[in-house]
Design a protein around this ligand. Sequence first.
Ligand code: MRU
Length: 346
Amino acid sequence: MPVETVCWSSGACRIIDQTLLPERLKYLKLRTAEEVWGAIRHLRIRGAPAIGIAAAFGLYLGIRKTKAASFSQLMKEISHVVDYLGSSRPTAVNLFWALERMRRVALENSSLSTAQLKKCLLAEAKRILDEDIKAGRAMGDAGAHLIPDGATILTHCNAGGLATGSYGTALAVIYRAVEQGKKISVYADETRPLLQGARLTAWELAQNRIPVTVICDNMAGYLMSMGKIDAVLVGADRITASGDFANKIGTYSLAVLASVHKIPFYVVAPLSSFDITLKSGCEIPIEERPHEEIQFIRGKRIVPEGVNIFNPAFDVTPGRYVTMFITEKGVVHPPYKKTIPKLFER
Ligand code: MRU
């Protein structure tokens, strides 16, 4: 990545304000848990792994000025911040995974002083960021061999460096294949309503000089029918024990289309995006977002007043449509009910 999506810098969590891309590359410094909550809720930082990383820093920021006189008092405050940050967005499990990891670290270090424990929590948040960067590289390595030289890939939303600590998930596979000398070109779905594909994926790929063509979401089937797509690569916000998974709204349609056209459909995600406490996709909470996101484009009303709106931010794709999951531990084949839980065996 030419830029750092999220990092710790001079006592603050520094992020790129992704609502302003591609027109402006502006960094924001988040200094309180409230600012982190707002940045996640309003998609200034977005993408499942990046949300988890920001939340981990947010937890530290939430207790940084604590006056807790005892460990139990501090744990109460930590639990409060965990619940608060967890209320920012419901679907990406990485948010809850990171917050629980932070809470566990606090619990495991009950013998430390408050000052020491705060240091320890900041170190853990930095570790979550570092591990995510390494996971991106490992997913790239694990998936690049699946992409033939000369391939044209279709992707949806933004599953690149902007959605993670760096490098990405679905785009990591593309970056790695390109590093190996393969000629790859990409179609990026624009991804209505918030245009993460047109604004973010296209920006990121163009910065990395990878040929990218933006299409409207409803054009994917036509391209597939013309034989123009060799593989579909997407990320995931929450993957269940059966392989059903949530990702940006529109992913399900792509998976069905890919299956009809016999095009491989790969889901690229770190282990932090799996939630094996859930057996099937119908258990995944799906975020509904404000109607204004559909009613207006850049401040201009495009839907008549008084007309109903439905704005789910994610959909659920059944595992039977997934050719393979690509993780930092390697590729995962069907039957997912067996192979996914195995990933978590010690
Ligand atoms: O609403 P967003 O922009 O946070 O949605 C992001 C996605 O759906 C991504 O595809 C997903 O988080 C995987 S990113 C590595």
